[in-house]
Structure formats: structure tokens, C-alpha cells
Design a protein around this ligand. Structure first.
Ligand code: NAG
Ligand code: NAG
Ligand code: NAG
Ligand code: NAG
Length: 467
């Protein structure tokens, strides 16, 4: 909790959003009468000026909402200062009582206990407020990202440069939000990387970041995300790959979120350039600057080290190439990464298509342990791992997907659950969890989609104010 409290003080500076000025390209003059006159450069009549003006107004509204959130954060901050002082005061009192227990009356001890309960209640209340704020930020983000998708459409229809100014401002806003959300998440859940929770409780609404970098609707196969165990200095890196078929040939990396959205790849690797290292099925993962994926030929698991730009492959013992996920063929080997390392799922002939989960020894690049589940792989939408627990999804209807099954590798226990979440579009090709930010990344018919993950709070994780 203290880490959470301290994290707060960094927040104010981060959420100091700049006012959005979408028309920075305008020239203005101030005449002696203190009147400001502006020259606007109106492009041809075919250009959707009305739509751009509308988007500008929306930006102003979004800014206002953010301002309100900033005011709230100020309030949290001052409350927090008071609570921390009370906690410090109570700590002093308790230490004195511990040193000399006999000289305090039962009444006084009771009074201190009541005070502790009061502070505890206040902190819980504050936590609830922070949670509400996070929800507001998620909504704001969704609004911004929807507009970015709109702008992308305008950009493909009209002069790209005219839309670019508006687009840049939105992207800046989006990037600030990204940073703010990250901080919020740190305050609200300072335990990224920790598995001291009771598993996933729910997912946020889908957050749509972008239409694919290929700017083409046919790119239904693909994936995007972050390195699940980044090399030092690559923490902000994103990756993206897509194709019109199930073949995996290119992988692009972007130095940060802004560059991803601006489609400015730092590097694009071609798995077919020097040798035939192409893959299939898109259920890859990037870990320590290495792409783990299903090799196309021979059918095996492969790793392409992006540092050395060399690939190697290993046949997965008894993996059958007949069982794919529900939404597309060729999704045979599905890689996943979580807090505990690298995993691969598949199915075997012996298991009659039931999903098998394997833990990969990264140094040896070999399976070190396997677990047999009881779910039939072709009925599964996709799977991912969190803290050594497998989560499997399936379709409920065209708008809804649900996590319906979990398998805990520590206890070898499986459970049927129902954690529904909204799909952006019906079929998606990629779904994986990233332990560095505790988000789910989905590639859905050309769109980059992500979800915040909420975990069941471990009872002993509740804010503790001594005793
Ligand atoms: C604004 O004025 C400067 C200096 O006259 C000129 O170079 C620039 O092109 C003008 N900007 C626009 C958007 O016309
Ligand atoms: C903490 O203790 C100091 C000194 O006893 C006192 O002045 C202050 O009001 C206390 N703060 C709170 C929040 O109770
Ligand atoms: C909850 O926390 C306790 C203490 O840290 C730990 O021993 C226990 O395993 C945790 N439970 C779960 C479900 O993570
Ligand atoms: C990739 O290659 C580099 C350079 O040889 C090496 O240090 C690193 O361990 C390799 N990464 C993996 C995951 O094999």
C-alpha cells in the first residue's frame, strides 16, 4: 500500500494534459485594436471540413473530461497526505504501546484500534475512487481511439496531409493517456509481476488502438503486442505482424506506442529473405527480442532471434497438425508468455484433439513439462497463460466471447468458469496476455485491440494498516 501511496505523488505531474490545439497550422495576426484575425486555408470542397471541425470539438470535450479527472486526482492527493500522516502518527503510538504494553489502559488500546479501522475505511474508500477514475480514463481512451480509427478512414479517402495535423494531436492525447493509465495502474495495482491474486475476475471493454499498419482490410491474420520479457532499453517497444493469409513472413517492431500508431517501424524482419523461415498460424509471442512461432516447414516450433536474425526449430513430440482453434485453420502451436516463462499449447492424436499445455525451457528450447487438459481444441477460440494458469475462451455470440475454462499447472486442477468479454468483431486471430503490463492483446480482423485485466483480490492483499 505504501508503494501505492507514494506512486500517487507522481501522478499530478503526469496528468497535466496540455490544451489541444488542432489548428496549429493556421497563421494569425494581432492588429492594433487587439483584435485577432485568422486566415484559414480552406482546401477544396470535396474535403470533409465539417467532419474535421466536429473532431476538433470532440477533442475539446475530451480535454474537459480529462481536466475533471485531474481535479479529482488533486483531491485524492490531498486526502492521501492526511491519511499518511495519520498512519504515521498511529505507527508511533503502536510502537510505544509495544515497548511498554502494561502502561496503557484497555480503553486507550480500544481507541487506537478504532482509529486504525477508521483510516482503513478511508483508504478503501479512496481506492474505490481511484478505481472509478481508472474506468473514466478507459472510457476517454476508447473515445480517442474510435476517433483515430475515423481519422484513418478520412486519411485513406482524402488528402493525408490535411488530416495529419488533427491526427497527431489525437495521438499525443492518446499517448499521454497511455502514460497516465500506466501510472494509474501502478497506483491501483502496484503488484505487476506478482501472482499474489486469485486469478482473473473480469476484463475491461475492448480498447481499439488502430487499424492495421498495412491499411488494408484484407489483413485478417496477424497479431500485435509488446515483448513479454524485454531486453533492457526495449521496454516501450511494440511489435506487429499481419497478412492476408495464415503465412507468417514479416515482423515489424516499433520503438514505442506513438511510432506504432504512426506506422513508423523501427525494423521489419523478413523470415523469407535469406532462408525459408516462414511460419504459420499467427499465434506467436515475442520474448527477449526473440519471436517464438509455428514453423511452416517442417511443422515444428521455431524461434527467430531478432538480435542475431537467425532461426532454429524443434519438432514438438507427438503434436498433431490436425487440430486448430475455432476461428481459423493452421493455428496449431500457440505460444504464450506469463510471469513464469514461455508456454506452448497444441493437441495430440493420442488425446483425440484435447488441448495439451507444454512449458518451454527457454535456454534448451525444449519442452520440459506437459499437462493434459480435457478441452477439445477445435471448440476453443484461443488460450493464454497468466501466472501458470491456462485460460481458454470460446464464442458466446457474435459480440461476446468468454473465458470458459482454466487449468492451474500448480494444482493440476481444471475449472469451468464464465468471464464474458466484448469482442470488437466476431472472429479474431490473436489473443495473448502480457505480464509486463497485465493486459490482453487481441488482433481482430485488422484492428489492434487490448483489454485491461482485473484479478480477484487475495484477501490478505487488502490495505493493511498494521495490527
Ligand atoms: C504562415 O506564414 C509563414 C510566413 O509568412 C509562411 O511561411 C507559412 O507558409 C504560413 N503558413 C501557412 C499555413 O500558410
Ligand atoms: C499527527 O500528530 C501530530 C503531532 O502529535 C498532530 O499535530 C497532527 O494533527 C496529527 N495528524 C493527524 C492527521 O492526526
Ligand atoms: C494470498 O496471499 C498469501 C500471502 O501472501 C499467499 O500465501 C497465498 O498463496 C495467496 N493466495 C492466492 C490465491 O494467491
Ligand atoms: C539471441 O542472440 C543473442 C546474441 O547471440 C543472445 O545473447 C541471446 O541470448 C539470444 N536470445 C535468445 C532468446 O536465444
Amino acid at each position: 500500500m505504501i508503494a501505492a501511496l507514494l506512486g500517487f505523488f507522481f501522478l499530478r505531474s503526469i496528468v497535466a494534459f496540455e490544451t489541444v490545439d488542432l489548428w496549429t497550422g493556421r497563421n494569425g495576426t494581432v492588429d492594433p485594436g487587439d483584435q485577432c484575425s485568422c486566415e484559414a486555408f480552406l482546401p477544396g470542397t470535396t474535403f470533409p471540413m465539417g467532419e474535421l471541425v466536429q473532431l476538433e470539438q470532440t477533442a475539446v470535450q475530451i480535454s474537459q473530461k480529462l481536466e475533471l479527472e485531474i481535479i479529482k486526482v488533486d483531491m485524492y492527493e490531498s486526502k492521501l497526505t492526511i491519511y499518511m500522516e495519520r498512519v504515521a502518527n498511529l505507527t508511533v503510538v503502536i510502537e510505544m504501546m509495544e515497548d511498554d504494553p502494561d502502561s496503557y489502559s484497555e480503553l486507550y488500546i480500544q481507541e487506537v484500534k478504532i482509529q486504525i479501522k477508521q483510516v482503513e475505511a478511508l483508504i478503501l474508500e479512496l481506492q474505490a475512487s481511484i478505481q472509478t477514475s481508472s474506468a473514466v480514463l478507459i472510457t476517454i481512451r476508447k473515445e480517442i481511439t474510435v476517433i483515430i480509427v475515423e481519422l484513418t478512414k478520412l486519411e485513406t479517402k482524402y488528402d493525408k496531409n490535411l488530416v495529419l495535423v488533427t491526427r497527431r494531436e489525437y495521438i499525443k492525447l492518446q499517448q499521454k493517456l497511455e502514460e497516465c493509465e500506466r501510472r494509474h495502474n501502478e497506483i491501483f495495482n502496484p503488484n505487476i509481476g506478482s501472482c499474489n491474486h486469485g486469478g482473473i475476475s473480469r476484463l475491461s471493454k475492448p480498447i481499439i488502438s488502430q487499424l492495421n499498419a498495412n491499411l488494408a482490410s484484407g489483413h485478417i491474420y496477424g497479431g500485435w503486442g509488446k515483448d513479454s520479457h524485454p531486453l533492457p532499453g526495449s521496454e516501450t517497444m511494440y511489435w506487429y505482424s499481419a497478412s492476408t493469409d495464415a503465412v507468417v513472413r514479416y515482423m515489424s517492431v516499433y520503438s514505442d506506442y506513438y511510432r506504432l500508431i504512426m506506422r513508423q517501424a523501427m525494423k521489419t524482419y523478413d523470415l523469407y529473405a535469406s532462408s525459408d523461415w516462414r511460419g504459420m498460424g499467427n499465434n506467436y509471442i515475442i520474448r527477449a527480442n526473440t519471436l517464438y512461432y509455428q514453423f511452416a516447414n517442417p511443422f515444428s516450433m521455431a524461434k527467430f532471434n531478432m538480435t542475431t536474425q537467425k532461426a532454429e526449430y524443434r519438432v514438438v513430440p507427438s503434436a498433431s497438425n490436425r487440430f486448430s482453434y475455432h476461428y481459423a485453420p493452421n493455428q496449431i502451436l500457440d505460444f504464450a508468455a506469463d510471469e513464469s516463462g514461455l508456454w506452448v499449447t497444441y493437441a495430440t492424436e493420442a488425446s483425440k484433439g484435447k488441448l495439451v499445455l507444454g512449458k518451454i525451457d527457454e535456454a534448451a528450447f525444449a519442452l520440459k513439462q506437459v499437462w493434459q487438459t480435457s478441452i477439445f481444441k477445435p471448440s476453443v477460440g484461443n488460450t493464454f497463460m497468466v501466472c501458470g494458469v491456462l485460460y481458454a475462451t470460446r464464442s458466446v455470440d457474435i459480440h461476446t466471447e468468454e473465458i470458459f475454462y482454466t487449468y492451474d499447472t500448480h494444482t493440476r486442477k481444471e475449472r469451468y468458469v464464465s468471464i464474458p468479454f466484448e469482442k470488437f468483431q466476431e472472429r479474431y486471430m490473436y489473443l495473448d496476455y502480457n505480464p509486463t503490463d497485465q493486459k490482453l492483446y487481441m488482433y481482430n480482423n485488422g484492428y489492434y485491440v487490448s483489454y485491461h485485466v482485473w484479478f480477484n483480490q487475495n484477501q490478505s492483499n487488502k490495505p493493511q494498516v498494521l495490527i
